[in-house]
Design a protein around this ligand. Structure first.
Ligand SMILES: NC(=O)c1ccc[n+]([C@@H]2O[C@H](COP(=O)([O-])OP(=O)(O)OC[C@H]3O[C@@H](n4cnc5c(N)ncnc54)[C@H](OP(=O)(O)O)[C@@H]3O)[C@@H](O)[C@H]2O)c1
Length: 297
């Protein structure tokens, strides 16, 4: 069975320059157009973006992603400060209007709170109320959160009825599966999007090329590559199949800078997911390693 439809496209690397393993830079407009038409033909429906991803929303607007039929998920502007005021809510609302204008559409599939601590802080319910308004007036179909730690998701689920959640998940970052949260999300009927399947491409790097910051996992990476290779699998096969095999995840959001990367991914997803060696033992619980926002490189 083809699992291409389980793939979603990330756009962080389209709108700005980033990524530890990114040797291609920001893709040009032609490359992005080709990736979008390939995605469309192969049944990819979800595109993940955010107003903080540089020009990404604008590019999606110019490429008419929404009118082509893609389900776009975007995110709120982050609010700095320890509480949410009425003024903050007005800012979120006008920023969403701007996002819609940039994307040249009147509605999106999903709207996620990008800085989930905003929802958990004083006045967070005001912020949620504005998302509920977006949903009630039809400019958003599903509302939810983007989270970084399992505890954040637990706290959110006890306070808000979310429709959709995005969280990191990969061979090294198994925190959301280990805590039983994936089953809980499934039981609650919440749509699940996993990001960071390749940990910015770190998992593909040959161990000797990893920056010194990752000394603590260099041996582990060598062992992982070796074990996958013995099963006839590349690191990309392993990373993607690991996520595709997870039954409680609805979409795997992948970041690509080139059409070549996207076609490689779709080729793997097209086959039944590979049977994998045991990978649970590769889990790393050190957030300084599994959370790219904490990398000191
Ligand atoms: N065949 C291949 O070799 C191949 C194929 C595909 C991909 N790749 C590599 O893999 C990379 C994508 O990896 P991935 O899909 O696992 O995604 P990822 O880069 O690990 O995760 C994407 C998420 O990282 C966060 N992010 C955005 N800007 C960031 C920044 N400046 N610093 C840190 N994090 C940031 C964003 O989430 P938040 O907004 O929520 O923070 C974004 O949604 C590509 O860039 C490419 O280099 C290689």
């Amino acid at each position: 069975m083809s699992l291409c439809q389980k793939i979603g496209l990330g756009t962080a690397q389209w709108g700005m320059l980033y990524g530890i393993a990114n040797r291609n830079g920001q893709p040009n407009r032609e490359e992005i157009s080709e990736m979008l038409s390939c995605a469309y033909q192969r049944g990819i429906s979800i595109i993940d973006t955010a107003c903080s991803y540089g020009e990404a929303e604008e590019i999606l607007g110019e490429e008419r992603a929404s009118s082509l039929g893609f389900n776009v998920v975007t995110k709120t502007i982050p609010i700095r400060g320890s509480s949410i005021s009425k003024e903050d809510v007005a800012l979120v609302s006008s920023a969403f209007d701007e996002s819609l204008k940039r994307m040249q559409t009147g509605r999106v599939y999903g709207m996620l709170i990008h800085n989930v601590d905003n929802l958990l802080s004083d006045g967070g319910e005001r912020l949620w109320a504005v998302l509920e308004e977006f949903k009630a007036c039809g400019s958003v179909e599903k509302i939810g959160v983007s989270v970084y730690h399992p505890q954040q998701l637990d706290d959110i689920m006890s306070r808000y009825e979310i429709d959709i959640v995005q969280f990191p998940y990969n061979i090294y970052d198994q925190r959301f599966a280990q805590t039983g949260l994936l089953e809980k999300l499934q039981m609650a009927g919440i749509e699940t999007h996993a990001r960071s399947a390749f940990l910015q491409g770190l998992i593909f790097m040959s161990p000797e090329n990893m920056p010194d910051y990752f000394d603590s996992i260099r041996m582990r990476q060598a062992k992982l590559h070796n074990e996958l290779s013995k099963s006839g699998l590349s690191p990309l096969d392993g990373c993607l199949s690991y996520c595709l095999n997870q039954p409680y995840i609805d979409k795997i959001i992948v970041g690509c800078e080139t059409l070549g990367q996207l076609t490689q991914i779709l080729k793997i997803a097209e086959k039944s997911p590979s049977s994998l060696p045991e990978l649970e033992s590769y889990a790393i619980n050190d957030e300084k390693v599994v959370d790219p926002s904490r990398w000191e490189i």
